[in-house]
Design a protein around this ligand. Structure first.
Ligand code: AVJ
Length: 962
């Protein structure tokens, strides 16, 4: 990790102290001339006594980098010698960099200052009174002061900490600041981030970390995730925030100009690293000779004159790389005194011949796109909760918060740090590769055939947040949805259901008390039209057991699960039977589904009684309308629905095979259907659009309006402004981003809307075909670079035809994918698994970014079929042909199929597809997962989008009425 914000070479020399508290000395700096002081806390471990005998780490790194050629992170296939980036920042380098921040081409500095100036109120709103603000690195006074000005005026009780490995920059910065801001307490922390930051874990005050200046850009994506992960784990508690300055992906010419300024400052700045190397080496050689550095004869290893600076921008990766290139053949000759060290590091100490044109890598500057913010957040256990950017969207400050709990698996960066991975997971993991797709579309990590231990732990932490924090103890007997039991039932239900299936998997007795398995086995879902109609369910006890007794039971069941997973873990080699694995999967997905049920029940509580799981601010909405776009599909006659290889009967008594995918009984057996040409709007109907529909109906004097008001809304006043229900607050539909969220309604309400505008809901088959085709085309389009793929998506083309072309470039027969139940290629920034605790604006509702780095070159309109909300279909919930109910849980689906003779008008349950923000990632990825609800059920996190028959281009009148 390059020590950053405003760098210091010494970071690399600093020793790492194992315990943050060990070498700590508090030195209060008393400036005699002033009453205003700052505290100076020393965290650096005392220099080790035999330090001088060892080769300094920086010298070692220099030798190592110059003697070995490496594939640099994400650098394709060119191997280069390299120098540590931090070498750019000696005194001269710092000065040059400071001058760079004033040249017009280097827009980053100006943009950051612009953001700090224009968005001050929003930024300060995120920093509470009596909290700590901690800057990583000792920031430039120019921008730090902008923030401190505002904090000084608008906040009280703020302590500002600056961290640096060297004392001098701290003294000079804090000396000035402490003098200027009487309202703020200043503390200097001297040490590496590792040394200093753990100190804050114990702090009781709220805190906001600042990592400004696009310093993050010097680290590869994997390094950034690794660094932020460790901050999340070691320095942050729930609701703490980190604000990171990030340069956005944009027009490559703009970026190239920033790193090749006309005044030639960047050139001097980069080349200065070579002089810095010369200084470090000759200083060290002098100490070996026993001379004082100043007296030594220069032993320059580089002939700086023979090098020039070159840089290039990789648009796909989003990274500028800087190199020092030899202008003619030259030698790196090691001083004699250094020979033993060089020999030890690389095996021989001969001079290095550098050929003309060879490039030595020195620096990367990574740029970020919209999707990258989410990948970074989720990969490091954070929630991306705000972006403040300048008017051109060139640069942004991004606010990330640590949530109380998360279902996002951390990114495994070990693989990504390897040399040749320029793909950082913008498509999530998938189960199989039945189409033999190119490896770069495949995720690094395959999902396991049984749920992993950490996935269970994620489930449990989210469940506990929901059931024990969001819903206060005093409300556990409440019943916000009268078609459901009180909350407390579900507290017992999850454990009882899991226990029954674990007992079956292990052929062992139920966990004590066994009565819990009876009372809590099955909940209720009565018919809404006739509530006396209800499937069989548990008899509820006269009085609910004590909460603590239920929690103790929960813990015993969890221990049992942990134990089973430990025994059958992938690495253990103990393979379970397919039956046992199915029981465990049922327990897992059942629990995941109930998290969502509990969430939408909590959403229906009195908002004043909900304890928010994370501090969230909703962005203001300025009235920009969603950008409408439609895409078409040709369809076909042999499109397969459902999972074909998970027949409970056929797998009985077999061992679980690797790569096996679990599905519920209603997902099989697979069935071929045909789909006629159709078109679909790329984004679902938003709250804003639905509100306009409602108002139109009202003004037309329609009397069904009460039934049309979504239960996901709360009416504020008679004038008809509404807010949207979430567990993190109730944002207004007219004045916040909630206007651009998909609306959550019942299927009846959805149908009222579609018929009002002359469209319809999709069938299950259409939805399935649309989503899997689209997301595969999208992923493949991204991975096959424009070079290979000279054709882009044509607006008049169908998505399936476009996909066929793409597949053909890979030698894959297009008909294959309509027959395979592979996991969906869910974009990594999909709002699933509580990436956010609320919906987010539909991507296409944003005005197009200056340069989003999206699928621009391929021209495929952006759409998301997965995440935010489930989607209603027009398909009645019937079994597939030859369905047989699971023997392990016979009523799971069968209890909800209406009798085949039911007339369409009376049909109760309809299929819902996709995933909401509260849906577990595993289920969100499984294209065959089928959900169902009664069509009048208004509480589910389900939205809808418009479909119509035929291709868009054949139907020129296809302009939506809204
Ligand atoms: C200080 C890392 C933000 O990468 O843009 C400026 C350094 N290098 N010109 C960047 C830099 C070349 C800068 N950062």
């Amino acid at each position: 990790m390059v020590a950053t914000a405003d760098y210091d070479i010494a970071s690399s020399f600093a020793a790492h102290s194992p315990s943050p508290d060990s070498g700590k000395a508090i030195v209060a700096v008393a400036d005699a001339s002033s009453a205003h002081k700052y505290q100076f806390i020393e965290y650096r471990a005392a220099a080790s006594p035999n330090h001088h005998k060892n080769v300094p780490p920086m010298v070692t790194q220099i030798i190592d980098g110059l003697t070995k050629r490496r594939l640099l992170p994400t650098d394709g296939n060119s191997e280069n010698r390299s120098l540590p980036t931090v070498l750019l920042y000696d005194d001269k380098g710092l000065n040059l960099f400071d001058r760079i921040t004033y040249v017009p081409e280097y827009y980053l500095a100006e943009c950051e200052i612009d953001v700090l100036k224009t968005r001050t109120r929003e930024i300060v709103a995120e920093i509470p009174n009596d909290s700590d603000v901690i800057e990583l690195g000792c920031g430039s006074l120019r921008k730090t002061q902008l923030l401190l000005d505002a904090l000084d005026q608008m906040r009280s009780g703020i302590t500002y900490y600056a961290i640096d490995v060297m004392p001098m920059p701290l003294h000079s910065a804090l000396g000035t600041l402490a003098e200027k801001y009487k309202n703020i307490t200043f503390v200097a922390l001297c040490g590496t981030y590792d040394e200093v930051l753990t100190h804050f874990k114990k702090a009781t005050r709220r805190k906001t970390l600042l990592w400004l200046g696009s310093s993050i850009g010097n680290n590869s994506r994997a390094e950034s995730i690794e660094f932020l992960s460790s901050i999340t784990d070691n320095a942050l508690v729930a609701n703490d925030a980190i604000i990171i300055g990030m340069d956005r992906k944009k027009d490559p010419d703009v970026i190239m100009a920033a790193y090749h300024d006309s005044e030639g400052l960047t050139n001097q700045f980069e080349l200065n690293a070579l002089s810095h190397v010369n200084n470090i080496i000759s200083e060290y050689t002098a100490t070996l000779k026993g001379l004082i550095a100043a007296d030594s004869v220069a032993d320059d290893i580089f002939d700086v004159e023979k090098f020039c600076y070159t840089g290039d921008y990789d648009e796909v990766v989003g990274r500028h790389s800087a190199y020092l290139e030899a202008r003619e053949d030259t030698m790196i000759s090691w001083p004699r005194e250094l020979a033993p060290a060089v020999e030890r590091i690389c095996g021989n100490s001969s001079d290095i011949a550098i050929k003309r044109g060879e490039r030595i890598y020195i620096e990367s500057s990574y740029k970020y796109g919209k999707e990258d913010f989410e990948i970074l957040a989720q990969g490091s256990g954070l929630v991306h909760s705000a972006e403040w950017s300048d008017s051109r969207s060139y640069y942004s400050l991004n606010l990330f918060r640590k949530p109380r709990s998360t279902m996002s698996p951390r990114t495994d960066v070990t693989a990504a740090k390897g040399a040749n991975s320029n793909f950082w997971g913008s498509v999530e993991s998938r189960a199989q590769n039945p189409l033999h797709l190119p490896l770069n579309v495949m995720a690094r990590k395959q999902p396991s055939t049984i749920p992993r231990k950490n996935e269970w732990e994620h489930l449990w932490s989210v469940w506990d947040t929901l059931s024990l924090h969001i819903i206060p103890r005093s409300k556990l007997l409440d019943r916000p949805i009268d078609l459901r039991h009180p909350f407390i039932f579900y507290l017992g239900h999850l454990s009882a259901f899991a226990d029954i299936h674990m007992a079956a998997a292990e052929c062992t007795p139920l966990t004590q008390p066994e009565s819990f398995a009876q009372w809590f086995e099955r909940g209720i879902d009565p018919n809404m039209v006739d509530p006396t109609i209800c499937h069989s369910h548990s008899e509820i006890p006269a009085e609910w057991p004590e909460v603590n007794a239920i929690l103790a039971y929960r813990d015993r069941v969890r221990a049992r699960i942990t134990n089973w997973i430990g025994v059958h873990d992938e690495t253990s080699g103990v393979v379970p039977t397919a039956d046992a694995a199915r029981h465990v999967w049922m327990a897992f997905e059942h629990e995941a589904m109930h998290i969502e049920t509990m969430l939408y029940m909590a959403v229906q509580m009195n908002p004043a009684e909900i304890c928010s799981p994370i501090v969230t601010t909703f962005a203001a909405y300025h009235g920009a309308q969603p950008r409408e776009s439609w895409i078409s599909y040709t369809g076909g006659s042999n499109i397969l629905l459902g999972l074909h290889n998970d027949s409970e009967g056929a797998l009985k008594s077999q061992m679980l095979s690797s790569g096996h995918v679990f599905g519920w009984d209603n997902e099989g057996p697979s069935m071929a259907v045909s789909v006629k040409p159709f078109s679909v709007r790329t984004q679902p109907i938003t709250n804003g659009e639905y509100l306009r529909f409602l108002k139109t109906r009202l003004s037309a004097g329609q009397d069904d309006c009460d039934n049309l008001v979504p239960k996901s809304w709360v009416q504020l006043d008679e004038c008809g402004d509404y807010t949207v229900r979430t567990v993190v607050g109730n944002p207004s539909i007219t004045s916040t981003e909630a206007s651009l969220w998909p609306v959550f309604v019942s299927q009846k309400q959805a149908t009222a809307y579609t018929s009002w505008c002359g469209k319809r809901l999709p069938s299950e088959a259409e939805w399935t075909h649309a989503s899997r085709t689209y997301h595969l085309a999208r992923a493949l389009g991204k991975s096959t670079s424009t070079a290979q793929n000279s054709f882009g998506f044509q607006t008049s083309q169908s998505v399936d035809a476009y996909l066929s072309n793409l597949l053909a470039t890979q030698g894959i027969d297009a008909s294959e994918y309509t027959r395979a139940a592979f996991d969906l290629f869910v974009p990594a920034d999909a709002n699933i698994g509580f990436a956010h605790w609320h919906p987010v604006p539909e991507a296409t509702a944003h005005p197009p970014d200056a340069y989003a780095g999206d699928d621009k070159e391929n021209g495929l309109p952006e759409a998301r079929f997965i995440g935010n909300g489930w989607e209603w279909t027009s398909t009645q919930f019937h079994p597939f042909d030859d369905f047989s109910p699971s023997e392990m849980y016979p009523g799971y689906s069968a209890d909800f199929f209406d009798p085949p003779s039911t007339s369409d008008a009376d049909y109760t349950h309809y299929v819902v597809k996709g995933a909401s923000y509260a849906t577990h990632r595993r289920m969100a990825h499984r294209q065959t997962f089928r959900n169902w609800y009664q069509r009048g059920y208004p509480y589910v996190l389900a939205t809808f989008r418009l479909y119509r028959r035929g291709m868009c281009d054949l139907e020129p009148e296809l302009v939506p009425l809204v």
